[in-house]
Design a binder for this molecule. Structure first.
Ligand SMILES: [Zn+2]
Length: 314
């Protein structure tokens, strides 16, 4: 498949527009290229800078990119319900707090292989997927028979105020202009509609412990590196009212960070963390103490909001 040439751009702060940053970190991607992360002196946002521009970023998302692959194990809605009834579910996800109404439309933006949208459909939502990757959109249709729109928001087939909820799981860290996307999400939601977003948490124990080896840095695909403060600022800056924030731990992510740290800086506690039980206990502890690797936010478009359409790109 022909690919566009790789073009690098040096940018001002994607959150507040401030020009100039100070170097925050240098880290190596899984392509063995060194990337530079800068921090905005004004709002504290950390971002990959320079970065591949919007026209050339697609080459970092090959068809075998992990989130496009179908999950190896899918828990059915019935199993989840039973586990929940038995009290085996350790935490209630923020997406469970979105009140469902009959016929309610939920869009999973950046749906990848489609498993999450399918899960929300099992919970009674009219679920729609959207992805900028043709391959992912096709896979989600084929894997789960989902309705999937290929493209990005704003999109001509998604009218203003047509969505009850939009989920952005592991999306915002990938986009060149988070404010533009969040404004388009705001526009697509009905007044009182819900947005859920999750991003890697730069204020996590994991980042402090593993530093440049922390797996969720993932340059150059991750252009933005949020903390609770900058994520809240991004969401509130587009008019949303924040309902809740939490952190989520993934033992698997911790495992990937351990693998990378073994390569970069194999200290004694890193070696010890290769034991799954220890890794799993540490992950749970980070969640209990609110400093796990994955940061989630739930917010609403004010019920009184008027809809001002955002023009879709030609
Ligand atoms: Zn800034």
């Amino acid at each position: 498949m022909p690919t566009a040439p790789l073009n690098w751009e040096t940018v001002s702060c994607p959150l507040c527009g401030e020009t100039g940053d100070r170097e925050f970190l240098r880290t190596t991607g899984d392509d063995n290229v060194e990337y530079r992360l800068g921090q905005c002196g004004e709002c504290g946002m950390v971002y990959t800078n320079p970065r591949p521009d919007a026209a050339s970023i697609a080459q970092f998302y090959p068809e075998d990119y992990a989130p496009y692959q179908p999950p190896t194990r899918i828990r059915s809605g019935a199993f989840r319900a039973l586990r929940s009834r038995l009290g085996l579910r350790p935490e209630k996800g923020l997406t469970d707090r979105i009140p469902h109404r009959p016929g309610g439309v939920l869009m999973d933006y950046g749906c990848g292989s489609g498993w999450f949208a399918a899960q929300m459909r099992d919970r009674g939502w009219e679920a729609v997927g959207m992805d900028f990757s043709h391959h992912a959109a096709d896979a989600a249709r084929k894997n789960f028979g989902l309705k999937v729109i290929h493209g990005v928001l704003p999109h001509p087939t998604v009218p203003s105020g047509s969505m009850d909820a939009i989920t952005l799981r592991a999306v915002l860290e990938h986009v060149h202009d988070p404010q533009q996307l969040l404004r388009a999400v705001y526009d697509a939601l009905r007044p009182g509609g819900w947005v859920y977003a999750s991003v890697p948490n730069l204020a996590s124990w994991g980042y402090r412990a593993f530093g440049r080896s922390w797996f969720p840095l993932d340059p150059p695909r991750h252009l933005l590196h949020f903390t609770p403060t900058t994520l809240r600022r991004a969401v509130e800056g587009c008019g949303f009212e924040v309902e809740a924030m939490t952190t989520i731990g993934h033992t698997k992510w911790m495992g990937y960070s351990v693998d990378r740290a073994m390569r970069d800086q194999p200290r004694w506690w890193v070696k010890l963390s290769r034991i799954h039980l220890i890794r799993s206990a540490v992950t749970r502890w980070t969640r209990w103490t609110g400093q796990a690797d994955d940061l989630a936010i739930l917010a609403r478009k004010p019920a009184t909001a008027a809809c001002t359409p955002v023009r879709a790109a030609a």
